[in-house]
Design a protein around this ligand. Structure first.
Ligand SMILES: Cc1cc2nc3c(=O)[nH]c(=O)nc-3n(C[C@H](O)[C@H](O)[C@H](O)COP(=O)(O)O)c2cc1C
Length: 203
């Protein structure tokens, strides 16, 4: 079992989502590959890359970084992503990762019916940290993060995506503790279900 852990929080290890991700990963007997998009940000998309990605006969040497990031997914069985909400959606660091990983003819195909994912599905857990609320009774802002990330991952074939929301993180220690407890309980429920499904399939 191998897990790819992607962190997109600039707070790195001080991020509540990062701590929770580590805690949850620690409950699984697995080798972990870490990709920290904040400590080691990906370079912006260059003109040459943009040209290559839309070209029929691209210079494949330009795809080196893209290949590396895609390989990190391919060689692992589970994806864990810690991302903050930045201005209602994913932070720029995670958007760049998406821009390198979603590649035509490689991770998705364009068909008359639309984009079709070419990657194997795998359980994916996304922890979303937000200062305020975007879900539930206290929501005062839209959420363009979870539907966008779900669609982006789905477009390459990763459909088994579960979100754990850490909301209200700038509202004091009590709010943080409540959010973390709720996310922990959600993960326990989800991982039980995954385990039950795996047992049913094995039976
Ligand atoms: C540039 C920027 C934009 C932000 N935009 C939002 C936002 O749209 N909604 C929100 O609830 N919080 C927003 N926040 C607050 C963060 O989501 C919050 O600090 C959260 O704790 C980040 O999680 P982290 O500690 O894991 O990085 C923003 C923070 C930054 C730095």
């Amino acid at each position: 079992m191998k897990i790819l852990f992607i962190n997109a929080s600039p707070h790195a290890e001080a991020s509540h989502g990062h701590k929770l991700a580590k805690e949850l990963i620690g409950t699984i007997d697995a080798e972990v590959i870490e990709r920290d998009l904040s400590i080691a940000p990906l370079p912006p998309i260059t003109r040459d890359y943009a040209k290559a990605i839309t070209s029929r006969e691209p210079d494949t040497s330009l795809f080196q970084l893209s290949e590396q990031l895609i390989n990190e997914i391919e060689t692992t069985d589970m994806l864990v992503i810690n991302t903050p909400m930045h201005n209602f959606t994913v932070p720029a660091s995670l958007k760049l990762w998406i821009d390198y990983v979603l590649r035509i003819h490689r991770t998705f195909a364009s068909t008359p019916e639309g984009k079709v994912g070419l990657m194997r599905d795998r359980p994916t857990y996304v922890i979303v940290g937000s200062g305020g609320f975007h879900r539930g009774e206290r929501a005062r802002q839209p959420d363009f993060l979870t539907p966008y990330l779900e669609f982006a991952l789905g477009s390459i074939g990763i459909q088994d995506v579960h979100f754990m929301l850490l909301q209200g993180l700038v509202m004091g220690d009590e709010a943080v503790a409540l959010a973390v407890d709720a996310a922990r309980a959600e993960f326990a429920k989800l991982s039980h279900r995954t385990h039950d499904e795996a047992s049913e399939q094995a039976a």
